[in-house]
Design a protein around this ligand. Structure first.
Ligand code: C5P
Length: 293
């Protein structure tokens, strides 16, 4: 009998708003962040096998892969067979676009579907990383706590963006490690951003984009700050960093504009450049592939 398999696309994300409220006693930071999945993907294929194996198509990833962590976390909870997993990387690692977290969420979903486990997927996800829960939710969301508490939000007009990854990654822990110097007594509230997000096109929304982690990331890598300024000169709605970096992005009014400006940025600046669409809940579903072979 042919082995059963599941193939899932794992989207990247952008943080359109990210405020750090305070450091918690457990060492993590309390956040208020709006995350949106984008049309830049890894692809994970999982099939039943005698033992666990993982093949990564792309540059080797640092540390234990989150796909393996997800397998081990599920195997701790349920008796499951081995699997052969293949991961085709399209999302740069260490970019703040959540590739590792998205891969882990896809692995949890793949195992749950392959072996019909009836998992509490969120409970497994929270063990692997702060952003993994978001990728189980399938759409724009306000994320709080250390990022793992998810409230879906309504999107407004269609949005596109150009993403630039400068060719080096940042350590999330190192960026959070420097944030204390940049916290303010009255943190920014997310409500104004949410109002903008539900109603405004890229120009209005561009002014509301915010990321508290830019300051510590730019302190660690001043060249990122210069790159952001160069991007903001080319893109119509400014440029921001996503998550803990190092990727930068700027909003565009249409897919055609994003493709045109991506070409221009590719000529002017070094790094990986991609035009992307910001995904709605419906868009997420259209983007997911699954099948058996
Ligand atoms: O949860 P995750 O493993 O992705 O976090 C990586 C590191 O980033 C943590 O060890 C912590 O240093 C930092 N972090 C944080 N506050 C958060 C999320 C991450 O301090 N809300």
């Amino acid at each position: 009998m042919a082995p059963r398999s599941v193939q899932l696309r794992c989207p990247a994300k952008l943080n359109l708003f990210l405020e750090v409220l305070r450091r918690r006693p457990d060492g993590y930071h309390e956040l208020s962040t709006v995350m949106v999945p984008i049309s830049l993907f890894d692809t994970l294929t999982v099939r039943e096998a005698k033992k666990f194996s993982l093949e990564v198509d792309g540059p080797p990833l640092p540390g234990t892969n989150t796909v393996e962590k997800a397998y081990r976390a599920v195997a701790k909870r349920r008796k499951i067979p081995g699997v052969r997993a293949t991961l085709a990387k399209g999302i740069p690692a260490g970019s703040g676009m959540g590739g590792g977290s998205s891969d882990a969420a896809a692995m949890i979903e793949a195992l749950d579907r392959l072996f019909d486990l009836g998992l509490d997927r969120h409970e497994v996800a929270a063990e692997i990383g702060s952003d993994v829960n978001f990728f189980l939710e399938r759409g724009p969301a306000l994320c709080t706590g250390r990022g793992e508490k998810i409230a879906p939000i309504r999107s407004g007009p269609e949005l596109h963006a150009v993403v630039l990854w400068p060719g080096f990654g940042l350590s999330t822990a190192a960026v959070y490690g420097r944030v204390r110097d940049f916290l303010t007594p009255s943190p920014r509230v997310v409500i104004d951003f949410l109002n903008s997000f539900g109603q405004e096109g890229p120009e209005g929304l561009g002014k509301a984009l915010f990321n508290r982690l830019e300051s510590p990331a730019f302190a660690l890598h001043p060249e990122l700050s210069a790159l952001r300024m160069r991007m903001a000169e080319t893109l119509p709605c400014g440029a921001r960093m996503t998550g803990s970096g190092s990727a930068l992005y700027g909003l565009c009014a249409s897919g055609a504009e994003a493709r045109r400006l991506a070409q221009r940025i590719r000529r002017e600046l070094a790094g990986f450049v991609a035009p992307v669409g910001l995904m709605t809940r419906e868009g997420w579903w259209r983007s997911r592939k699954s099948g058996s072979s």
